[in-house]
Design a binder for this molecule. Structure first.
Ligand code: IPE
Ligand code: IPE
Ligand code: MG
Length: 245
């Protein structure tokens, strides 16, 4: 990895969580006359480079949107590839991340019967392997949908109401947040999306209420550690107001 320039970074003011929407793998491949799956494969290096950037910036939370609840509607071959690739990446990368002190976690509907059982087992094993790491938590949003996450939280709250443990009038914003996949995951301060598309596509809906957004033109496979650092530098130049005057 080339030397990273962190000279513009204010290390005392890094975002508590950066979310990445990895987009443009297919377009990257199509521009080279390659199958879309080649774009996903090329995106692997970008992903782990981004982790190195996050480590260099001193981030505590990084999340990556790797498969959405809507991505099942892609061609069967591509979906099958992405299921296999997620598992393959974990098996090849988890020890390296573990050695760097990275904790790996997952958000999304992992119990969905369409998720292959082997994949599910490897995700659980990886979470267990890296459980005590606390340098950086790297969250894979896999079979993730923001609306599904909120619906799941509401279902859990409804269960408490049904047993009489909670009154409907007492349900608060904090109750919804307390039943998200990882309640202790901070709201993303910054969401970065590659490939020029300016939308959330159902990523971290609840937590992104006051997120800053950065849309970069390059396709995901061209993203590098320095791009992550530069994104944080740009974030630090923004004025956030949270509704204040
Ligand atoms: C992002 O790249 C990867 C996933 C959504 C799994 P795309 O596959 O969406 O690539 P484009 O947007 O079609 O170029
Ligand atoms: C969002 O990208 C999902 C992931 C990055 C996993 P998509 O490529 O699926 O989103 P749309 O369809 O362009 O909104
Ligand atoms: Mg896309």
């Amino acid at each position: 990895m080339p030397d990273l320039d962190t000279s513009q970074l204010d290390l005392d003011d890094v975002p508590s969580h950066v979310g990445l929407i990895l987009d443009g793998n297919g377009r990257w491949a199509e521009a080279r006359g390659l199958p879309r799956t080649a774009g996903h494969m090329a995106g692997e290096e970008a992903l782990f480079d981004a982790v190195d950037g996050a480590l260099a910036a001193g981030l505590k939370w990084l999340s990556a949107y790797t498969f959405s609840t809507e991505n099942w509607s892609r061609d069967e071959e591509e979906v099958e590839f992405l299921m296999w690739f997620n598992e393959d990446i974990l098996l090849r990368r988890r020890d390296g991340l573990n050695e760097k002190g990275v904790r790996i976690r997952f958000i999304g509907d992992l119990r969905d019967p369409r998720v292959p059982e082997r994949n599910r087992i490897h995700m659980a094993e990886t979470e267990k392997l890296t459980k005590t790491n606390d340098r950086l938590t790297f969250v894979f949003a896999f079979n993730y949908g923001g609306r599904m996450e909120v619906a799941r939280s509401v279902r859990k709250i409804a269960g408490q109401v049904a047993t009489g443990a909670l009154q409907p009038d007492d349900i608060t914003i904090d109750d919804i947040a307390a039943h998200l996949y990882i309640p202790e995951m901070p709201d993303p301060d910054l969401i970065v999306r590659t490939s020029g598309e300016q939308r959330l596509s159902n990523f971290l809906l609840w937590g992104s209420a006051y997120a800053e957004f950065l849309f970069v033109e390059k396709h995901w496979p061209d993203f590098r550690a320095q791009d992550l650092i530069d994104a944080v530098v740009e974030y630090q130049a923004r004025g956030r107001r949270f509704g204040t005057a």
